[in-house]
Design a protein around this ligand. Structure first.
Ligand code: FAD
Length: 312
């Protein structure tokens, strides 16, 4: 029986792991991977103390910090299960059972820190051409399409950040946005990206179909005002249409908001039932960034420790 099970290996999960180790809690740490969403970015900004760092380097630093405690000398006890996926958390007598793709564990408390994943594009051809031109990671796949015409779907910050990366080496970047205004992106980023001579924008439009033979060759978009369909030739479609919360494994246990995020008490990070906490992007806090995720998790750990030791 563990004191605490932490589920998630982003900044929230890792911060929780470090604090749990320092507090000498008998801790289970389940994470599919270390680093979280930031690993998709080449330039993570303002991780406090570090103005710029690549997502992969941030992941390495997080893992090193965690292992310093988990594998370090002394009686610190964090049991790392990296590469394992939590599939269901259930309440049992006096504890929680945590099922994973490998086995089942028991813990007195659970911190949900599983963040978010990319929302999939659901139009004809999108699933068929995934990894054949349809992609969810510009820093992973972008260079394959150097000197070619590419499309980005989504006019939020992630869409503009992706466009900015691609503009460095693609022949042209066409961003497809479903509205007239870019309300979900920072004005400074929008202006800088739109000013680039290789940048094109199609507003008030939605994708209808991805076409191709073996690989993507075009995308069909519908003008939302006129209803007219047009075909844009492209070898790649970078999808940036938002995130879904990784909370399926607790959806029958705790209250979630309309976006599937765990509802929490912002003072303590406690979820709707005793013994469960949530931190970072999978919680319904108003703001989400790496520093916030780590801070949320530290706050949760203080409260979990108090709960375990004081029984309330
Ligand atoms: C492209 C991009 C650029 C960004 N740039 C910045 C930036 O410059 N500065 C900034 O502060 N923030 C930035 N962000 C936001 C930041 O990445 C997030 O706020 C932060 O990663 C949230 O951390 P988290 O720990 O809550 O979740 P995540 O980072 O999403 O981590 C969740 C972890 O849980 C694991 N997991 C998920 N489900 C399960 C499961 N069932 N079982 C086990 N493990 C599971 C995942 O593998 C992952 O390791 C960016 C995000 C993106 C996508």
């Amino acid at each position: 029986m563990y004191d605490l099970a932490i589920i998630g290996g982003g900044p929230a999960g890792v911060a929780a792991g470090v604090y749990a180790a320092r507090k000498r809690l008998k801790t289970l740490f389940i994470a599919e991977m270390i680093g979280g969403q930031s690993t998709d970015s080449q330039d993570i900004q303002n991780w406090i103390g570090t103005p710029h760092i690549s997502g992969m380097d941030l992941a390495k630093a997080l893992e090193k910090h965690l292992r310093e405690y988990a594998d370090g000398p002394g009686d610190v006890d964090v049991d790392l299960k990296i590469g394992e996926r939590a599939t269901k958390v259930e309440k049992t007598e006096g504890a929680f059972s945590i099922a994973t793709n490998k086995t089942t564990y028991l813990a007195k408390t659970v911190l949900v820190a599983a963040g978010g994943s990319r929302k999939k594009l659901e139009v004809k051809g999108a699933a068929e051409f995934e990894h054949k031109g349809v992609t969810y990671c510009a820093s992973c796949d972008g260079p394959i399409f150097a000197e070619q015409d590419v499309v980005v779907i989504g006019g939020g910050n992630a869409g503009f950040e992706t466009a900015a990366q691609l503009l460095a080496y693609c022949k042209s970047v066409t961003l497809i946005h479903r509205q007239e205004e870019f309300l979900r992106a920072d004005a400074a980023t929008v202006n800088a990206v739109l000013a680039h001579p290789k940048m094109k924008v199609i507003k008030n439009a939605e994708p209808v179909e991805i076409k191709g033979a073996q690989f993507v060759s075009s995308i069909v978009v519908k003008d939302k005002v006129s209803g007219v369909l047009s075909e844009v030739p492209t070898v790649a479609v970078f999808v940036e249409i938002g995130m879904v919360s990784n909370t399926d494994f607790v959806k029958e246990l705790v209250a979630l908001d309309e976006w599937g995020r765990v509802k929490i008490d912002g003072k303590s990070q406690r979820a709707s039932i005793e013994g469960i906490w949530a931190a970072g992007d999978c919680s319904d806090g108003l703001y989400h960034q790496n520093n916030i995720a780590a801070g949320d998790a530290v706050k949760a750990l203080e409260d979990i420790y108090y709960f375990l030791k004081a029984g309330k």
